[in-house]
Design a protein around this ligand. Structure first.
Ligand SMILES: [Zn+2]
Length: 77
């Protein structure tokens, strides 16, 4: 995708992403369809609040930043 123009001020937006920190690893933030559902093991919920994920349905999020007005705009391409 070509860098979009800022919808607020018309500036050229810069491509980037928002890192997702989980314990000791860093990943790119992803979009997932549906509402978050808590993960269970034998009917019991995890204390960590872990949610169910279908990795095949996840789409990495690209976030553009306007250097003029600092607006962020995200796309799941
Ligand atoms: Zn702008």
């Amino acid at each position: 995708m070509e860098s979009p123009r800022c919808p607020d001020c018309g500036g050229n937006m810069e491509v980037g992403f928002i890192p997702d920190y989980a314990y000791t690893i860093q990943m790119q933030t992803c979009w997932h369809p549906g509402k978050p559902e808590q993960q269970t093991l034998f009917g019991m919920k995890f204390k960590s609040g872990a949610i169910k994920l279908d990795h095949k349905k996840m789409i990495a999020i690209t976030t553009y930043r306007c250097p003029e007005c600092h607006l962020l705009r995200s796309y799941a391409e």
